[in-house]
Design a protein around this ligand. Sequence first.
Ligand code: SF4
Length: 152
Amino acid sequence: MGLVALAVQYGHMRTAMNAGYASRSRNGMHDLLDLETALATADTLASLNEDLTYGAGISGPAARRAINAAQHAPECTGTIVNARQARALLENPSLTVYENPSAMLMCVYKPDRALCNRITEREAPRLDRGVPSCANTARTNDHANLMRQEAE
Ligand code: SF4
């Protein structure tokens, strides 16, 4: 139900939330965002793990980290049912892999390397402001094929 769309929009939404709800600590909307984002991340890990198992290739500066994260997919699948569990996943730097279909890549998020968050080390990437040369990028064969199709 819009999980991927929400994940893609997450960076922008988080900014809006922080601006509009700065005086409030974690509230229901933040919990919902965390939950939906963590579920999308778990789906991304599961899908990547399956692709790699069936021989898909992956490249890019963050490819090794993406492969390592995908190996944890079975531990994440079906285990996230509340906001606390969602935050545990999102706060684990070895698992934060975000599918970004509009940019045709994955963001294997490490705040100190993020070109979309140069000023502050935000907790989530700005997928809507991605920079192709970022060290957090990785591309599977599917992403590369999509790029080729777009270029034709
Ligand atoms: S610029 Fe880097 S950290 Fe930001 S969304 Fe793109 S890959 Fe992720």
